[in-house]
Write a protein that binds this ligand. Structure first.
Ligand SMILES: Nc1nc2c(ncn2[C@@H]2O[C@H](COP(=O)(O)OP(=O)(O)OP(=O)(O)O)[C@@H](O)[C@H]2O)c(=O)[nH]1
Ligand SMILES: [Mg+2]
Length: 248
């Protein structure tokens, strides 16, 4: 990780959107959990209108370069197509790749708005303008919570579009703010639904994760979910860099 003082670590902001009771707070807990911040109080920055939990994210500075073999295949290096190469050359390749890839630390703040509070539009808009990524949350047991995501997304997306792209519409045609869709309560689903091709994730061209928010292994290291989350957070950092929030 690059040597930086804590004041110089930039912050990316992620907004969680979803109906009441779908699991936004539980998911925020899971997303922000880390070895260094094991309890909610150690990673929370509370507010009247929303709960904010924070975690560190390491953004790879060489995102445009080819990935290392470790990320391209789940098999071990010895069983990959490089297996005929002597061990030394594989090690050299890895160390070259590692030294080329500087990890830049970012704070990521997850904004979990309290459904019970009615926040003034002016405060909400001020928050939306600084948002670098959106997580849409729905309950797999109640697909109405999935269908309402379109409505919940409209206003924040419009604000982000207006203040970050400096144009009002069309909202989704240009490169929009990164979005991740999460379906919760997978553990309570009796029959496993097949992936819905007409779902909001495929309409927006984004990744979707189905999980149990109560299971702390849902984002286990090197799991598919962790990979999708990392990619989403990297995209949020990209968005922050390419479309920086202006001061008002
Ligand atoms: N079994 C199970 N329960 C879950 C899951 N996610 C959330 N819950 C439970 O669902 C209830 C609601 O979760 P919350 O995280 O409070 O939901 P919320 O979206 O923050 O709700 P509001 O703050 O009212 O908007 C809680 O009792 C959670 O423990 C899940 O994946 N599996
Ligand atoms: Mg909540």
């Amino acid at each position: 990780m690059a040597q930086q003082t804590i004041q110089h670590v930039p912050t990316a902001r992620i907004l969680l959107l979803g109906e009441a009771g779908v699991g936004k707070s539980q998911l925020t807990d899971l997303l922000a959990r880390s070895v260094d911040t094991p309890t909610p109080s150690s990673r929370s920055v509370g507010d009247v209108w929303w709960n904010v939990q924070v975690r560190l994210h390491e953004y790879p500075s060489n995102k445009g370069m080819p990935p290392t073999p470790e990320w391209t295949s789940s098999s071990s290096p010895s069983s990959s197509s490089h297996s005929s190469e002597p061990c030394g050359s594989y090690k050299q390749f890895r160390s070259r790749a590692a030294s080329a890839c500087e990890m830049i630390p970012y704070f990521v703040e997850f904004y979990d708005i309290k459904s019970s509070m009615r926040m003034a539009r002016e405060h909400r808009n001020r928050l939306y303008r600084n948002i670098d990524g959106i997580i849409l949350v729905y309950d797999l047991l109640d697909m109405r919570t999935h269908d309402s995501l379109h409505d919940l997304l409209y206003h924040p997306l419009r604000q982000i579009c207006r203040y970050r792209h400096k144009r009002l519409r069309p909202i989704l045609r240009r490169r929009h703010v990164p979005i991740l869709v999460v379906g919760t309560k997978l553990d309570m689903l009796k029959t496993r639904r097949l992936r819905r091709s007409g779902g909001i994730a495929s309409q927006l061209g984004t990744e979707e994760i189905l999980l149990n928010c109560l299971d702390t292994d849902s984002f286990a290291e090197k799991s598919r979910n962790e990979g999708k989350l990392h990619k989403f957070l990297n995209n949020a950092v990209d968005f922050k860099q390419f479309f920086p929030a202006r001061r008002y």
